[in-house]
Design a binder for this molecule. Structure first.
Ligand code: LMR
Length: 399
């Protein structure tokens, strides 16, 4: 499906310029900066204390096993690796893992799952409105717009106060009607790091149920916040109360296999037959867009999850990434009272109350690359860069 900006053109030469995703532009800008001490806290990839994004040891091992044992690369079909989706069920769905009304399919990353989920909504109910919190991941709005669903923004976060605008969020969702979609971040909110408390999740669930909304949960960072189980609290609470749910999931982060594009889409309807029919539509949309999802990363994740020893080692490596995220958060929070809020948040992101000009000045004067919105990746920098980062940021905040 072409995006709206393409409609005006008659030939390729008349295509208007594209407003490209600022995060992607930031990667290119940072790569082109020759300064050796540059700090890249733009795009969301985990980096270790040395500032590297290593391949997990279990992933390397799974790749070797795959290489040694794979006997064919013949097609798997639109559902991709079925065993992969099966093994994810207890991790994501917990006590709902055996619910036959919930069906899952492998997708190219969480982004593919989001697109597929919104395609399904648009197929079922083109009049549905999608209520999206602001700020949100910069690619949410373009995906919703691309499937031509009406988007209604609801306020989620107040940057100046570093606080969730919870009352405003609830009031906005209360204005949505049956069949409308509530887009929710499962954990480790991107771009703010400000997650709903368990009590707030319950209140969101109540309004979703009362208004007859379809909750669409995007969970791309499970295991990066409080723990694999804890981070799935919202997803499981919603599943316990709602008959129709969509979940876009990503393994790109918790398996650190970003470029391999490993994700899944789960859907739930009121009965297994209806879920099967909805899934047939999902397969059809997937067939039209990418035919079959890429295999390599999902096959490796499947090898890891299917082997108790590899699985246990994955959990240790995942806990290592989570511990680093949380310890850098504490270090930043302790550096200055203006940064204290960072210690209360989860996941890779936080948002600084900086103007676009201040963000640009940090880029020019200090080679610090963060999104124009003030979003930065708390583990984008190595340990040796943290003091320089906090000094420059505090100076900017106090200017
Ligand atoms: C991010 O938000 O930085 C990541 O999800 C990367 C992306 O695709 O935007």
């Amino acid at each position: 499906m072409l995006s709206r900006t393409d409609e005006k053109a008659r030939g390729l030469a008349e295509l208007p310029p594209v407003q490209s995703d600022s995060l992607l532009q930031l990667i290119a800008l940072c790569n082109a900066d020759p300064r050796a001490d540059k700090i890249d806290v733009g795009v969301g990839v985990f980096r270790d204390a040395e500032g590297r994004t290593p391949i997990l040891k279990v992933m390397k091992e799974a790749e070797q096993i795959l290489r040694d044992t794979q006997v064919t690369k013949a097609y798997l079909g639109s559902a991709g690796d079925k065993r992969f989706a099966e093994l994810l069920r207890p991790i994501l769905l917990g006590e709902h893992a055996d619910d036959e009304r919930i069906l899952g399919v492998q997708t190219p990353g969480g982004c593919g799952a989001l697109r597929l989920g919104f395609e399904l909504i648009a197929t079922a109910n083109p009049g549905a409105r999608v209520f999206m919190g602001t700020p949100s991941w910069p690619n949410h709005a373009p995906i919703i717009d691309a499937v031509r669903l009406e988007r209604v923004d609801y306020p989620y976060y107040e940057r100046a106060q570093a606080a969730i605008r919870f009352d405003d969020m609830i009031a906005s969702l209360a204005r949505a009607g049956p069949g409308d979609v509530a887009l929710l971040h499962g954990c480790c909110h991107n771009p703010t790091g400000a997650d709903l408390s368990e009590d707030q999740w319950r209140q969101v669930r109540d309004v979703v149920v009362e208004r007859g909304l379809i909750p669409f949960v995007d969970i791309a960072y499970q295991g990066f916040g409080r723990g694999l189980e804890e981070d799935a609290f919202g997803v499981r609470l919603i599943l316990a109360s709602c008959d129709e749910v969509i979940i876009a999931q990503s393994c790109d982060k918790n398996f650190s296999c970003y470029r391999d594009r490993v994700g899944s889409l789960f859907l739930k309807t009121g009965n297994p037959e209806a879920s099967g029919r909805a899934m047939a539509h999902v397969f059809q949309r997937a067939r039209e867009m990418w035919s079959m999802p890429p295999d390599h990363g999902a096959a490796c994740a499947r090898i890891i999850l299917d082997d108790p020893e590899l699985r246990a080692r994955w959990l240790v490596e995942l806990a290592g990434m989570r511990d680093r995220i949380n310890s850098v958060r504490q270090r930043l929070a302790a550096a200055h009272p203006r940064l204290a809020f960072i210690g209360q948040q989860y996941g890779m992101f936080s948002m600084l109350p900086l103007s676009k000009e201040q963000v640009l000045k940090l880029r020019e004067d200090h080679a610090i690359y963060m999104a124009d919105s003030g979003r930065f990746n708390v583990v984008g920098m190595g340990d040796h860069q943290i003091d320089r980062f906090t000094a420059a940021v505090v100076e900017a905040l106090e200017a």
